[in-house]
Write a protein that binds this ligand. Structure first.
Ligand SMILES: Nc1nc2c(c(=O)[nH]1)N[C@H]1C(S)=C(S)[C@@H](COP(=O)(O)O)O[C@H]1N2
Ligand SMILES: [Mo]
Length: 251
């Protein structure tokens, strides 16, 4: 069992060490280069960079083919809902929003934007959901929300053809917070453009005048203070996905 100890001549060792350093250096440069390409492209288009997009294709397939549109998230009784719902996340929420000037912008196509005011939204058919709201930070809370079902909203504004698009993008009026959501999840019947919490006007810090409530997703996707909504076949930019969280953030 006595193994021979191999003596490597010192000059050979030096050469190996040098080669290791060169290989390491090359790999590191390649990594930095790839990272820069991915993250330092101009981001103005509002869409995800092609590199990140490709890595999403497996998930895209899963959500299109495996995720069932009709499946409902567990609902609870209103009396089980938290009286003081937690507030979390303030990106895109600077200042007080005024509904005298706010309009929901729906970009149907480039250069074709529908604008809808707050009072008109309140006249749309109302749906309530009471569900367990889950944040990726590890807390959850049963909460009661009301608003217009996204599916009903599309119907009301003759936007049903937009269901053919793969994604919906939502952006705050200041464009500082933004999410991208697969169409199947948007069309799920508990997904709301929400304007009430606990039966009362949505508080400013919880997204007044309009926020997304999407029980099939983690909290990061429930964008507060919607400014613009748009449709797309490529994944819209997403605030937390760009920080490394799962793009779909499904439950
Ligand atoms: N505009 C905006 N919407 C947002 C966030 C944010 O930072 N800005 N944070 C998200 C996160 S991480 C969570 S958990 C929920 C929290 O909603 P709440 O404040 O009503 O509890 O909002 C989501 N929507
Ligand atoms: Mo969250």
């Amino acid at each position: 069992m006595n193994e021979e100890i191999k003596h490597v001549p010192i000059n050979k060792l030096r050469r190996r060490t040098a080669i290791s350093f060169i290989v390491f250096g090359l790999l590191l440069s390649a990594g930095i280069f790839a990272f820069n390409r991915l993250y330092h492209q101009p981001l103005s288009e509002g869409y995800l960079q092609p590199g990140l997009r490709r890595s999403l294709q497996a998930n895209e397939w899963f959500f299109e083919h495996v995720f069932s549109k009709g499946k409902l998230t567990k609902s609870y009784d209103k009396q089980d809902a938290a009286k003081n719902a937690r507030v979390n996340g303030h990106a895109g929420m600077d200042g007080i929003l005024d509904t005298n000037t706010w309009r929901l912008k729906v970009a149907r196509a480039p250069g074709d934007t529908l604008t809808i005011d707050y009072h008109e939204l309140l006249t749309l058919p109302k749906t309530e959901v009471v569900f367990d709201f889950k944040c990726v930070e590890g807390w959850d809370q049963v909460t009661w929300w009301s608003g217009v079902r996204f599916a009903d909203f599309l119907k009301k504004y003759n936007l049903e053809a937009m269901q053919a698009k793969k994604y919906v993008g939502l952006i705050t009026p200041d464009r500082k917070y933004f999410v991208g959501i697969d169409m199947a999840s948007m069309m799920q019947p508990q997904t709301l453009l929400c304007y009430e919490l606990n039966g009362k006007v949505l508080p400013q810090e919880q997204g007044y005048p309009l926020r997304l409530i999407i029980p099939v997703k983690y909290g990061i996707k429930h964008l507060k203070r919607i400014g613009t909504l748009y449709f797309s076949d490529i994944p819209p930019r997403d605030y937390w996905a760009e920080q490394g969280y799962d793009y779909y953030a499904g439950l």
